[in-house]
Design a protein around this ligand. Structure first.
Ligand code: NAP
Length: 321
C-alpha cells in the first residue's frame, strides 16, 4: 500500500511517500479501515519534528485523524462490520496511508451526510473543543465565550459546539477570509487577533464585564492579556501553546479566575468515547459540520505540514490517499 513514512525526525522533507507492505492479520479485537481521507493536525508536525513529549518508534507513518470504510474485522469485533463508513480515534498505525488498523473501540460511525474529508476532521478537533468547553470550562447557555483562534480546525468546531449549546460567541481570526468564515459559522462578533485594539472591542461588546470563557489557541502569546478580559469567575482553557509566557497572578486573583487546559493524549479513554456519543446527534443533524479547508494528495504531505503552521487557517487540512 501507499503510505507516508518517517525514518528520522526532522523538517517536512522527512515525510516520504513509499510503497509499504499491506497491513494484514488483525487480531480478534481489531478493525482494518481503508482510509479515504486523513486529517492533518498541528501535533503531527511537532511529532515529525521530534520536539513533542510523546514520540513514536522510528520508522513510523504519521496521522491520528482519519475516515474511511471498514474492510476487515477480527472475530471478536461486534460494533462494526465490513462496509461501514467510520471515522477513527487513536489508530494503531498512522492514517497518512491507504489503510490503517484500529482497536474496535476507537472507530465510530460516520453519518451518511458527512464526506470522508469531513470525517477526517472530527476526532481531534471536535473532541478537543468539546472537552475544553463542557468538561473543562463547564460552559452554560447564555455565557459568552471568546474563541481565541477561531479559524482553525479546533476553533471552528468550538464555534459550532458553543452556538449549539446557546452560548454567545466572540471569535478571532488573522485574515479577512477567516473572519468571514467564523462569522458564517455563527459567531456574533469576529475580531482580528493581529490588530492593536481588538481587546478593547471585546470589553466594549460585554459592557466592560468581560467574557466568561476563553478557549486559547496560542497561550504563549495571549495568556497574560487574556486574564483582564475575563468576567468574574471566568475560565481560560489552554488548548495550544508554542512557548512560554509571563502572567500576573493578581489578574487571576482579582476575579477568582481559573486557568485550565486540555491535552487530548491525557484525556481518559472513557471521556473520549463519551464525547463521541455527545457529538453523534449534532453530526447527524448538521449542526456540527467539519469545515474542510483543502484536500491534498498524500504526496503533498510535506507541503501541508509547512502550510498548517502558517497564518491563514480556514478549517481542516486533509490528505487523500
Ligand atoms: P490550526 O487549524 O492550524 O489553527 C490555528 C489557529 O490559531 C488559527 O485559528 C489561527 O488563526 C490561530 N492563531 C494564530 N495566531 C493567533 C494569535 N495571535 N492569537 C490567537 N489565535 C491565533 O490548528 P488547530 O487544529 O485549530 O489547533 C489549534 C492549536 O491547538 C494548535 O496549537 C494545536 O497544536 C493545538 N491543539 C491542542 C490540542 C490539545 O489536546 N491540547 C488538540 C488539538 C489542537 P489565523 O490563522 O486566522 O491567524
Amino acid at each position: 500500500m501507499q503510505a507516508i513514512r518517517v525514518a528520522q525526525f526532522g523538517g517536512p522533507e522527512v515525510l516520504t511517500l513509499e510503497a509499504t507492505d499491506a497491513l494484514q492479520g488483525q487480531s480478534a479485537t481489531q478493525v482494518l479501515v481503508e482510509i479515504r481521507a486523513a486529517g492533518v493536525n498541528p501535533v503531527d508536525t511537532y511529532i515529525r519534528a521530534g520536539t513533542y513529549g510523546r514520540l513514536p518508534q522510528l520508522p513510523y507513518t504519521p496521522g491520528t485523524d482519519g475516515a474511511g470504510i471498514v474492510v476487515a474485522v477480527g472475530e471478536a469485533v461486534s460494533r462494526v462490520q465490513v462496509g461501514d463508513r467510520v471515522y477513527g480515534g487513536w489508530p494503531i498505525t498512522g492514517t497518512y496511508a491507504q489503510f490503517a488498523l484500529y482497536e474496535e473501540a476507537w472507530v465510530y460511525p460516520l453519518p451518511s451526510n458527512l464526506s470522508f474529508e469531513q470525517g477526517a476532521g472530527i476526532f481531534i478537533p471536535y473532541s478537543t473543543a468539546h472537552r475544553a468547553l463542557f468538561e473543562k470550562a463547564q460552559a452554560q447557555a447564555g455565557e459568552t465565550v471568546l474563541i481565541h483562534g477561531a479559524t482553525g480546525a479546533v476553533g471552528l468546531a468550538a464555534v459550532q459546539l458553543a452556538r449549539t449549546a446557546g452560548l454567545r460567541v466572540i471569535g478571532t481570526g488573522g485574515t479577512q477570509a477567516g473572519r468571514e468564515l467564523v462569522q458564517a459559522q455563527g459567531a456574533e462578533l469576529v475580531l482580528d487577533h493581529r490588530s492593536p485594539d481588538y481587546r478593547d472591542h471585546i470589553l466594549a461588546a460585554t459592557e466592560g464585564r468581560g467574557v466568561n470563557i476563553i478557549l486559547e489557541m496560542l497561550a504563549n502569546v495571549n495568556l497574560g492579556h487574556d486574564l483582564p478580559l475575563l468576567a468574574s469567575g471566568g475560565r481560560v482553557v489552554i488548548i495550544g501553546s508554542r512557548g512560554t509566557v509571563e502572567i500576573n497572578p493578581r489578574n487571576i486573583m482579582a476575579k477568582e479566575s481559573t486557568i485550565t487546559a486540555v491535552n487530548l493524549f491525557s484525556t481518559p479513554p472513557e471521556r473520549l468515547h463519551h464525547i463521541q456519543v455527545q457529538l453523534a446527534s449534532g453530526l447527524r443533524d448538521g449542526t456540527l459540520s467539519p469545515v474542510v479547508a483543502q484536500a491534498h494528495s498524500l504526496a503533498e504531505a510535506a507541503m501541508v505540514h509547512r502550510q498548517i503552521l502558517e497564518p491563514g487557517a480556514l478549517g481542516n487540512q486533509v490528505l487523500i490517499p
